[in-house]
Design a protein around this ligand. Structure first.
Ligand SMILES: [Zn+2]
Ligand SMILES: [Zn+2]
Length: 294
């Protein structure tokens, strides 16, 4: 099974960012222009509790978006909604449960993404209990230095959730607020049929995307006994799973473009995933792939 469609181009997008409509430093117009100049094909402006509407900026699609948040003892839950219709805000309320927020985003035709689980101090149990998430942010740029306490990367918490059988797909997002370095740095590349809202959402549903801060996957193929990854030249290709140790799962060198990982099905491996690293240490991530069907 090939994870991506051979020869089909990828669109580049950022699904999480703020403007002066909430607590961001740029106006929507300036923020859109920053991303358009950064070579993006689509974005979603996701101001806190203030939904944006679909529009185009010089050929770049701006999906409708919003971020809603909930407080729990010891953690918060922030949900980014993208692609929904305009009836959402009549229905979502801060005093509802986060699950209600996710359900309403889905009912209104959108997709719900769990934002920055590491920054939010989310537990694997909370992630595992949520139903209807289209994705979770494996990387949230503004949660890193110098803007925040260095919890940009949620690989660890999402790996624990995956090991417990809970595998929302992974996206990377900027969560731009300051526009002084976090913007245009973490993104998804997605194989949509066109830059139309319904085609982007359909490709999200099919998992035809990967998260990145720089490097690019070309293809990933799951056979009955291995995961084969092809990518633009990188300096590390690393495979991870719910098994803490598997010998030979990390490949390092100059200009690596391919690696294979023999599945450990005899050890009851439950999921496998791959991350690639460029020579600046920037990652791209495949979402965890469940192995239970093999
Ligand atoms: Zn947030
Ligand atoms: Zn945000």
């Amino acid at each position: 099974m090939q994870l991506f469609i051979p020869g089909k181009p990828f669109y580049k997008g950022n699904l999480h960012m703020h403007t002066t409509v909430s607590d961001g430093k740029l106006t929507p117009e300036d923020a859109m222009d920053r991303y358009w100049r950064g070579g993006y094909d689509f974005i979603a402006i996701t101001d806190h509790w203030k939904p944006s509407v679909e529009r185009w900026h010089k050929g770049m699609l701006c999906l409708p978006g919003v971020e809603i948040d909930y407080n729990l003892p010891g953690q918060v839950i922030h949900i980014v909604g993208v692609g929904m219709g305009e009836g959402l805000m009549d229905r979502v309320k801060p005093r509802q449960s986060a699950q209600s927020g996710v359900d309403i985003i889905n009912e209104e035709g959108g997709r719900a993404i769990l934002a920055h689980p590491s920054w939010s101090l989310n537990t694997p149990e909370i992630i595992g209990a949520m139903r209807g998430l289209a994705a979770a942010e494996v990387y949230n740029a503004v949660s890193g230095f110098p803007w925040n306490a260095g919890r940009a990367d949620s690989t660890g918490i999402l790996d624990i959730a995956a090991a417990q059988g809970h595998m929302p797909r992974w996206v990377a997002s900027d969560d731009s607020h300051f526009y002084n370095g976090e913007e245009c740095s973490a993104f998804i590349r997605i194989q949509a049929d066109s830059l139309a809202r319904e085609d982007i959402l359909a490709a999200l549903d099919k998992g035809l995307f990967y998260a990145s801060r720089g490097p690019s996957f070309r293809q990933a193929e799951l056979t009955e006994d291995r995961l084969i990854v092809e990518c633009e030249p990188v300096s590390r290709i690393a495979f991870a799973s719910d098994l803490p140790y598997v010998a030979g799962r990390v490949f390092e060198g100059e200009g690596l473009t391919r690696a294979e990982y023999p599945l450990q099905l005899h050890r009851r491996e439950r999921f496998v995933r791959c991350a690639i690293y460029d020579d600046k240490g920037r990652q791209a991530w495949l979402s965890p792939i469940p192995l239970s069907g093999l």
